[in-house]
Design a binder for this molecule. Structure first.
Ligand code: ZN
Length: 154
């Protein structure tokens, strides 16, 4: 396993659309392991492959609960409901935060590292993390969706 460099700010790779994974091999397993290690090293709750410069549709997350770290290959949102507006940050945009509107609940279909199909339902924080990381696969950053709150004049 290895900690990879997290791409930040205006790195053009963050704006590219990632390709679907079609080969489920040892290389994919290594990528997933490295992504989880990199996420943990940065104290993040989620990481998408483009953030380490790999344009593949792979995300990992860890809410540091009983579920443990999890990797989703080719994740796609198939259902969503409700609205939440909470503060979000991103490992690729250090030192920044913003309020983003997200669904309260999402259903995501994905493959695991062996290519088996699964479905996960995420609510509240997990819904937010899944939406945020899947956006990364399409070159979308939270600042694109951020709700600008104007400061009140003194
Ligand atoms: Zn992010």
């Amino acid at each position: 396993m290895a900690i990879r460099t997290i791409r930040t700010d205006n790195d053009p790779v963050l704006r590219k659309v990632a390709r679907e994974v079609t080969v489920f091999d040892e290389k994919l397993e290594v990528l997933v392991e490295d992504m989880i290690e990199t996420m943990h090293d940065a104290d993040g709750v989620g990481l998408a492959a483009p953030q380490i410069g790999i344009l593949k549709r792979v995300i990992v997350f860890d809410l540091y609960d009983d579920e443990g770290p999890m990797a989703l290959i080719n994740p796609r949102i198939v259902d969503q409901s409700g609205i939440q507006m909470e503060e979000e940050g991103c490992l690729s945009l250090p030192g920044r935060h913003g309020i983003v509107k997200r669904p309260l609940s999402v259903t995501v279909q994905f493959e695991d590292v062996d290519g088996e199909s699964y479905e996960i339902v995420g609510e509240e924080l997990l819904a937010r993390v899944l939406c945020h990381e899947i956006d990364h696969l399409d070159g979308v950053l939270y600042i694109d969706k951020q709700i600008v709150v104007e400061e009140k004049a003194e």
